[in-house]
Design a protein around this ligand. Structure first.
Ligand code: CP
Ligand code: NVA
Length: 324
């Protein structure tokens, strides 16, 4: 088995115990050791699946999945992940639930906790997910909010690890909007000791507390954390370049303004020539070609976006197995 860490068995067992029953709302609630443990577990479970040795560790268990926003990858990967582990998932469109008619988050959390073994939720408001987790007695997993996308970040780390073989000394550059995906990515990368540079236009930076906490995590893990408004300077010698859409779900009214504000932040051939030759291009998807990324880059030889999307399945299986 590939080792992300050099954890001894008793440490692995201790972390497994600590993670059972926990929520996953943001990776700020996790220690660096726990994040590394989850990546190591994902590597192992991906290998087991490939070899036909998958253990049905969640046999008879059910994951309830609430969606307030569209999804392809999150929905399918959680559903398939539960099937692989011997359990199953229920898809719930928030509008069709009584929640959509005004039933409280409190009552929804209590009722679902009587019936399912875990809740995955994609919601507009992170605060509402915090509220749901407060009242649920089963683990609540954040499948994207306005602030964070932790499961995406774990899949991103898994992809980088598979391609680069380690995190130490590797430089990850995020270029674009300091959004939910960016917030979770930089926290995750700081946890595993990657050097991180975030380049955003002025006014679109990552949340201030995320930057401060990620800086502290990076320092504790012996890596660098920088923010800038200069994408060219940022991508110099990058091992991985990451971007996301300029306009996230729910921000559609801002499209015209954002197209103007982000125009210097497109990932194109001119920009990536400052990175290392073997840089990875990453994107959480869905992508808009010729907006945040040129087709020549996302469809080019340095792009790992589909492996990255596939890793949602493996990273989340590790999360489901650990928490449920
Ligand atoms: N990256 C991601 O979360 O994709 P979906 O919106 O399709 O779930
Ligand atoms: N930042 C994007 C990510 C989609 C997976 C959004 O929130 O719409």
């Amino acid at each position: 088995m590939v080792k992300v860490t050099s954890m001894k068995n008793d440490k692995v067992n201790e972390l497994a115990d600590k993670l059972q029953g926990r929520d996953m709302l943001t990776l700020l609630d996790y220690t660096s050791e726990e994040v590394r443990y989850l990546i190591e577990k994902a590597v192992k479970m991906k290998q087991e699946k490939k070899e036909g040795n998958q253990k049905p560790s969640l046999a008879g268990k059910t994951l309830g999945m609430i969606f307030e926003k569209n999804s392809t990858r999150t929905r399918v990967s959680f559903d398939v992940g539960m099937v692989h582990l011997g359990g199953h998932a229920i898809y719930m469109n928030a509008r069709d639930l009584q929640l959509g008619r005004g039933e409280s988050i409190h009552d929804t959390a209590k009722v679902l906790s009587e019936m399912v073994d875990g809740i995955m939720i994609r919601a507009n408001s992170h605060d509402n997910v915090v509220e749901l987790a407060k009242h649920a007695t089963v683990p609540v997993i954040n499948g994207l909010t306005d602030q964070y996308h932790p499961c995406q970040a774990l899949a991103d780390l898994l992809t980088i690890y598979e391609e680069k073989g380690s995190f130490t000394g590797k430089k990850l550059v995020y270029v674009g909007d300091g959004n939910n995906v960016a917030n979770s990515l930089v926290i995750a990368a700081a946890h595993v000791g990657m050097d991180v540079v975030v380049a955003t236009p002025k006014g679109y930076e990552c949340a201030t507390d995320v930057v401060e906490k990620s800086k502290a995590l990076a320092k504790a893990n012996g890596s660098l954390f920088e923010t800038t408004n200069d994408p060219v300077k940022a991508v110099k010698d990058a091992d991985a370049i990451y971007t996301d859409v300029w306009t996230s779900m729910g921000q559609e009214k801002e499209i015209a303004q954002r197209l103007t504000d982000f125009k210097e932040f497109q990932i194109n051939d001119e920009l990536v020539c400052h990175a290392k030759d073997d840089y990875l291009f990453l994107h959480c998807l869905p992508a808009i070609r010729e907006e945040e990324v040129a087709a020549s880059v996302i469809d080019g030889p340095n792009s790992y976006v589909f492996q990255q999307a596939g890793n949602r399945l493996h990273a989340q299986k590790a999360v489901l197995d650990a928490l449920l």
